[in-house]
Design a binder for this molecule. Structure first.
Ligand SMILES: *Cc1c(COP(=O)(O)O)cnc(C)c1O
Length: 411
């Protein structure tokens, strides 16, 4: 861990003794927005590079070694991806990312099981990849139940249970929320769905590689993964499509050459898939130590800020939360303005990432947080390359900036 920390730290860590130059345009030099995306781990990049150059073959070319080399690399990546979630290689379908995986899972089940029913259950705090897909299906005559979440961000299992009816074909609930880091009880949800004979999909984009996910013990039928949230490249992901007694059947949304067993046509993104595989292998190896390290850093950040500032609230359950996530609201402070006061730190505010309308986050609103506090929220997303020195620097800058902003508005 020290080795990679130094590789990245060389260009990203501003020494605490020498604060970044704050004249003129400031480039963020501390990256703490790892729920939006993560940097590609240098070890992942290294493994990908040959597949852009000498090993450029098409994995579907069966008549020469260029194709065989590419195909072998894809199958290695498939095994590695499957292993991280306790699946079998043949249950992995490579896609362009989690948005596509969510679309494929939900639309694919909707089309395939329409004869059985037209009801799908999800939750209000899901990612847009799930919510907007459900909205589209609604226009096509499907009935969608959007479960509410409590102040802690969790769905109510009894409520989920009561919503499952004869026409219910799918429950789609995320494993970890991308804003609050809140973990849904996917094991219990899976058990419930299995008992009631309903398929269970989980958008596990934020959870995979950060916490143990096991598709069998969590009774998952479908699960979405994205490489760029776990130190792999952008534009590649996977959908787990379970095959226990019978295969889960999904209709493709992209038709063509019949790649990925007909579920996702199109020439495979070999370098990207190699990167996803390597990222999964690394995440699996390092997860136990890394999740402890991240939880330690996250708690350090929280304790420093809470001990020095009044009027700070934690959004969502602290107990059921990803180790690297902290989502705070600072009373009487606008999140966007706070971020402008600390331009050398890359963080995200609770206003939707939609530049034209600074709407408060629908995820925070779903927790019953008022617009004011939702507007005053900041998401800290700690990742593999963050260090304790960075945490201390960020805590110091947040404390000092919030205190100054409050003083200014009081006078
Ligand atoms: C980032 C994210 C997605 C989208 O993944 P892409 O690979 O960028 O399409 C979907 N769901 C969640 C929970 C995410 O955090």
């Amino acid at each position: 861990m020290t080795k990679k920390a130094t590789t990245m730290a060389e260009n990203t860590l501003p020494s605490v003794a020498k604060p970044p130059d704050r004249n003129g345009e400031v480039k963020p030099s501390i990256y703490m927005d790892n729920h939006a995306t993560t940097p590609v781990d240098p070890r992942v990049l290294e493994e990908m590079l040959p597949y852009f150059s000498e090993k450029f073959g098409n994995a579907a070319s069966h008549s020469h070694s260029f194709g065989w080399v590419a195909e072998e690399a894809v199958e290695t990546a498939r095994r590695r991806t499957a292993k991280l979630i306790g699946a079998r290689p043949e249950e992995i379908v490579f896609t362009s990312g989690a948005t596509e995986s969510d679309n494929l899972a939900i639309k694919g089940v909707a089309e395939m099981y329409r004869g059985k029913g037209n009801h799908i259950i999800t939750a209000v705090s899901e990612h847009r990849g799930v919510l907007d897909t459900c909205r589209r299906l609604e226009k096509q005559g499907f009935r969608i139940t959007y479960l509410p979440v409590g102040k802690d961000g969790l769905i109510d299992l009894a409520e989920l249970c009561s919503m499952i009816g004869r026409g219910t074909i799918l429950v789609t609930i995320m494993a970890a929320n991308n804003e609050t880091g809140v973990l849904q009880p996917i094991e219990e949800i899976g058990r419930l769905c299995r008992e009631r004979g309903v398929l269970f999909h989980s958008d596990a984009t934020q959870a995979v590689g950060k916490m143990p996910i096991h598709v069998r013990s969590h009774s998952l039928d479908l699960l979405s993964i994205s490489a760029h949230k776990l130190y792999g490249p952008k534009g590649v992901g996977a959908l787990f499509v379970g095959h226990t007694d019978a295969p889960v059947e999904i209709a493709p949304i992209i038709d063509g050459g019949g790649h990925e067993r007909g579920m996702r046509s199109g020439t495979l993104n070999v370098p990207g898939i190699v990167g996803l595989g390597k990222a999964c292998a690394l995440a699996g190896e390092e997860m136990p130590q890394e999740s402890c390290r991240l939880a330690g850093l996250r708690n350090r950040l929280r304790d420093k800020i809470l001990s020095r500032l009044e009027g700070v609230s934690i959004n969502g359950s602290m107990e059921h939360r990803l180790p690297g996530n902290l989502n705070l609201s600072f009373a009487a402070i606008e999140g966007e303005s706070l971020l402008m006061g600390i331009p050398e730190i890359a963080l995200s505010s609770g206003a939707a990432c939609n530049a034209t309308s600074p709407e408060p986050s629908y995820v925070l609103r779903a927790l019953g947080i008022g617009d004011d506090l939702a507007q005053s929220s900041i998401r800290f997303g700690l990742g593999r390359f963050n260090t304790e020195a960075e945490v201390d620097y960020v805590a110091g800058r947040v404390i000092e900036t919030v205190a100054r902003m409050r003083q200014l508005s009081a006078t």
